[in-house]
Design a protein around this ligand. Structure first.
Ligand code: LMR
Length: 356
């Protein structure tokens, strides 16, 4: 009996000991996995992210989602502070502020990158992306890749794209349906030569100005119209100072996600991974949501105002496209044949949907 008890005690002790050892080493491993040294993020990192639009827009919401994801994934060690509505830097200022490190991250409209490389204006070409599904093809493919690569020499790290959608026209005095209707009208544009040329070819005038100065200039009549996506027209209340809107889907509005490159390389590898993962998630989220956001806000504009809305018919769209066609040839020496032919390929692929 004594022998049996002895064996039992021996077995139980052995068992307990092996549990202890197993648990001990296991928990040590887990501790290590979350240890500051292992994770590489030893001090809190704060990334200032400046943008110019309202919070309830595709960019505003994606920026907040990005900040939340980074916070969660880094266990609160990497904080992204989002400054919307140009509260930190205006359109004109933000790119310089990024380059010299006063802000770490921005997401300017691609039209505003003309100064970095004129290639970016390829995305401003009229009807460059015939439909919203064509946009994803272009940005996820060679066009997007070659544009992001063009930033490398400028101390800018291109991390990806978010989309706002396709642009519409608003104006004050009459409905803009045929190219002739542009005559005598002056439109606010983002600072981009292609956009300037676009309005010239349509027979109108244009004036570049900051996004957050547009409302005031529309209200005072300094410009009679503008082009933008529904979410920007809604969130900045342009529809309250304009009487006509044309659903033309004639141009693309989207954003390049940019970080100061020196800053990017100074980050611990773990933080860079977290940022890249969060970008991938928000790019997907943005692509799934920007259309419905613009659609919902179009219903709100209709509900909250008497603005007269005209949707271009296929025949009317063809008139615009014909008038605007020369811009592709004129722009070819700047963008290069390759980029233009990639845009042309996408246009051919989605042509049927454009004229549905
Ligand atoms: C504009 O200036 O119209 C847009 O770039 C604003 C924005 O960032 O969506």
């Amino acid at each position: 009996m004594k022998q049996i008890i002895g064996i039992l005690i021996f077995l139980v002790t052995g068992l307990l000991l092996s549990f202890y050892i197993g648990f001990h080493f296991n928990s040590k491993e887990q501790d290590l996995a979350f240890d500051d040294e292992q994770s590489g993020i030893r001090k809190q990192i704060v990334i200032k992210f400046s943008h110019v639009v309202a919070e309830n827009t595709p960019k505003g919401l994606a920026a907040q989602k990005f900040a939340d994801l980074v916070d969660q994934k880094s266990n609160h060690r990497v904080k992204v502070e989002v400054f919307p509505n140009g509260s930190l830097y205006s359109d004109k200022e933000e790119l310089e502020a990024l380059k010299d490190g006063r802000v770490q991250m921005i997401a300017p409209a691609t039209s505003k990158l003309e100064g970095v490389s004129s290639k970016w204006q390829v995305l401003d070409l009229p009807f460059a992306f015939p439909t919203e599904t064509a946009i994803n093809d272009g940005l996820n493919g060679d066009i997007g890749k070659s544009l992001l690569a063009s930033l490398n020499s400028q101390n800018i790290k291109g991390l990806g794209f978010w989309v706002n959608g396709l642009k519409q026209i608003t104006n004050k005095s009459h409905a803009v349906i045929h190219p002739n209707d542009f005559k005598g009208e002056k439109f606010r544009i983002m600072s981009s030569n292609v956009l300037k040329k676009q309005f010239e070819l349509l027979g109108g005038q244009s004036k570049p100005m900051d996004f957050n100065e547009t409302y005031r200039n529309l209200e005072s009549g300094n410009v009679s119209g503008e082009e933008n996506t529904i979410s920007n027209i809604y969130s900045k209340k342009y529809y309250r100072v304009q009487d006509y809107m044309t659903i033309s889907n004639h141009g693309f509005l989207g954003y390049a996600l940019l970080m100061n490159e020196d800053y990017w390389h100074s980050l611990p590898a773990k933080a860079r991974l977290i940022i890249q993962d969060s970008i991938i998630e928000t790019v997907k989220w943005n692509q799934d949501h920007y259309r419905s956001m613009n659609k919902e806000q179009l219903s709100l504009i209709k509900k909250e105002s008497n603005i007269q809305i005209h949707e271009l018919t296929s025949k009317e769209k063809k008139e615009w496209i014909e008038k605007l066609n020369p811009i592709y040839k004129q722009y070819e020496p700047i963008a290069g044949k390759k980029l233009i032919s990639e845009i042309r390929n996408i246009q051919r692929k989605y042509e049927k949907q454009l004229f549905r």
